[in-house]
Design a protein around this ligand. Structure first.
Ligand SMILES: Nc1ncnc2c1ncn2[C@@H]1O[C@H](COP(=O)(O)OP(=O)(O)OP(=O)(O)O)[C@@H](O)[C@H]1O
Ligand SMILES: CCCC(=O)O
Length: 368
């Protein structure tokens, strides 16, 4: 009887794999990929076979046959904006991810890999709360340039799962609460969660919000225009500057924040200032999202890899706890959240969603 859910979470520098039976986590591994390993692949899509082979090796090592799998679930990537939920992987979804027409992101491989394994196993493939979950209010979509509306792209899966868990531990239902969640990872996204909907959030991929280990965050449009005309960089280089080699990576040529903190603590004033700048911008964004919630902020939650650093969380908390109580939830629970999404539809607690139908709703001009 097939009982295992295979969870696949492709990141820019790793592939996380998990096996679950019901809610129980049976195995979780993180396979780190070095820059050299990924260097031969010009695009994220080209990494598919490399990562697929690792998945099959993992299943063999765990002595799991394909017939033991009841479902495969992957982290959902850059597609048309859709509502929060569990989606069946469909041909329309795969076509959008393969063409990367909504942008390149390591998570684009989630549905593609889940589909490849599921097809061989003869089971269903899903994604849950992809990075394009869009619950923005109409007013939040306005940017100041009608041709360039703001779009929602953020750590939806982890933000919602962590908020749900932190609030449940305090006896509060997520759908009843107003909270701000700051996902502090390689990228940083800070969302205003109002009664279970993320009504505004900075889009770090589009150059919004604080700088992070890999992203510039908000930058001057004029400086960018001058740079383009003077240096004439190609489009890929520019995107890389803003989304992969910006922020701490640009200042320090490293995204190793624990190492940077150590140097700052040892007296390196330049690094201390750069880290202080990131803290400053994180708190500015939290305060901005508080105004979106009109000051009704029950809690601020700090999560993601950077939340492991007491140096950073203490600095953030000291400067923002005037606004609301702060809870630190280090790391992420994306693997558990992906499995939970599959369990909810398997147990008929929620209905599985179809990408085509959901995306068409938005294409009609209606907001979700
Ligand atoms: N103990 C620690 N102290 C300080 N920084 C840490 C610590 N552990 C991890 N980090 C930092 O966290 C960042 C990675 O966070 P995380 O693992 O959440 O990111 P990711 O999964 O690569 O990207 P994202 O969260 O944007 O999807 C790195 O910059 C890393 O240096
Ligand atoms: C699009 C998901 C969030 C991020 O990587 O910045």
């Amino acid at each position: 009887m097939p009982q295992y859910v295979l969870v696949i979470n492709p990141g820019s520098t790793s592939t996380k794999l998990g096996l679950f039976v019901g809610k129980k986590q049976v195995k979780l591994v993180t396979l780190a990929h070095t820059t050299t390993e990924l260097a031969p692949y010009a695009t994220i899509l080209e990494q598919k076979d490399f990562r697929l082979q690792l998945i099959h090796q993992f299943l063999t090592q765990q002595q799991i046959a394909l017939t033991d799998l009841m479902a495969c679930v992957g982290r959902g990537g850059m597609m048309r904006p859709i509502s929060s939920g569990t989606y069946v992987v469909s041909p329309a979804m795969l076509a959008d991810l393969r063409s990367a027409k909504y942008g390149e992101h390591a998570s684009n491989l989630g549905a593609i890999l889940a589909d490849a394994v599921a097809k061989k196993a003869g089971c269903q493939a899903y994604i849950v709360d992809p990075v394009v979950v869009d619950e923005l209010t109409p007013v939040a979509r306005l940017s100041g340039e009608p041709n360039w509306p703001r779009r929602s792209a953020f750590h939806a899966l982890n933000q919602k799962a962590v908020a749900r868990q932190v609030l449940a531990e305090k006896g509060i239902q997520y759908e009843q609460a107003d909270v701000i969640v700051a996902h502090l990872g390689g990228g940083i996204s800070i969302g205003a969660h109002q009664h279970g909907r993320v009504i505004d959030v900075n889009n770090g991929l589009d150059g919004e919000g604080p700088y992070s280990p890999t992203r510039t965050g908000h930058i001057s449009a004029m400086a960018l225009i001058d740079y383009i005309y003077q240096q004439q960089p190609d489009k890929e280089k520019l995107k890389r500057m803003i989304t992969r080699q910006g922020g701490l990576s640009a200042y320090l040529h490293s995204t190793d924040v624990a190492a940077a903190v150590k140097k700052a603590e040892a007296g390196d004033q330049r690094i201390a200032l750069i880290l202080a700048g990131m803290v400053y911008q994180i708190n500015k964004e939290i305060a901005a999202q508080a105004s979106v919630l009109q000051g009704h902020v029950q809690r601020i939650i700090l999560t993601g890899g950077l939340a492991h650093s007491q140096y950073l969380t203490q600095a953030i908390t000291e400067q923002i706890s005037w606004l609301a109580p702060v809870t630190v939830f280090p790391g992420e629970i994306e693997m558990q959240a992906l499995n939970a999404g599959v369990q909810r539809v398997s147990n008929h607690e929620t209905k599985v969603k179809d990408y085509q139908t959901e995306a068409e709703v938005l294409a009609d001009g209606r907001t979700i």
